[in-house]
Design a protein around this ligand. Structure first.
Ligand code: FES
Ligand code: FES
Length: 170
């Protein structure tokens, strides 16, 4: 049987090849953290991690992901026991910075931000600041530009990511 791992648990893939990953999460797994905004790859509300890299879950078909590992916002916190978990530093920073209003975009923003932090930590060449004239703030904004926020919470979203970068050992 073809399976997909979601938040470290293996699930059988849907038989219908037209089922997107986003619909699979919602309709088969009852995981509603990833949101459907545009369903066309334009808003980032559905962002999840696929083998650690950010993707729009509305743009991939579940059947294409056999054997892959997906992390959704439900799996971002670190499990500390069967019934408890510790928030990811970026989740804490979002709370401390009040980096949301309605919250509809927030799960996608956090998943995208977690992947961005991973790109920076890995010193991925594509994650190097583009220009010496580019401030870190502008760089983060550019790299988060695939995640829209109708409420305009951008300053605090970028601030939350800056806070977590500042926590990292230099
Ligand atoms: S719902 Fe997937 S990018 Fe908008
Ligand atoms: S907090 Fe409302 S869309 Fe971003």
């Amino acid at each position: 049987m073809s399976t997909l791992i979601v938040n470290e648990v293996s699930y059988p893939l849907p038989e219908d090849p037209r089922t997107t990953l986003l619909d699979f999460l919602h309709q088969h797994l009852s995981m509603f953290g990833a949101k459907k905004g545009c369903d066309h790859g334009q808003c980032g509300a559905c962002t999840v991690l696929l083998d650690g890299e950010r993707i729009n879950a509305c743009l991939v078909f579940a059947f294409q992901l056999e054997g892959k590992s997906v992390t959704t916002i439900e799996g971002i916190a670190k499990k500390t026991s069967a019934s408890d978990a510790q928030l990811h530093p970026l989740q804490k920073a979002f709370v401390e910075r009040d980096a949301f209003q309605c919250g509809y975009c927030t799960s996608g923003q956090i998943c995208s931000g977690v992947a961005l932090l991973g790109e920076l930590a890995a010193k991925n060449p594509s994650a190097v600041t583009c220009s010496a004239d580019y401030s870190q703030r502008e760089d983060i904004s550019e790299r988060m530009s695939g995640n829209l926020c109708r409420c305009g919470a951008y300053p605090n979203i970028v601030g939350a990511i800056e806070d977590v970068i500042a926590l990292e050992p230099q």
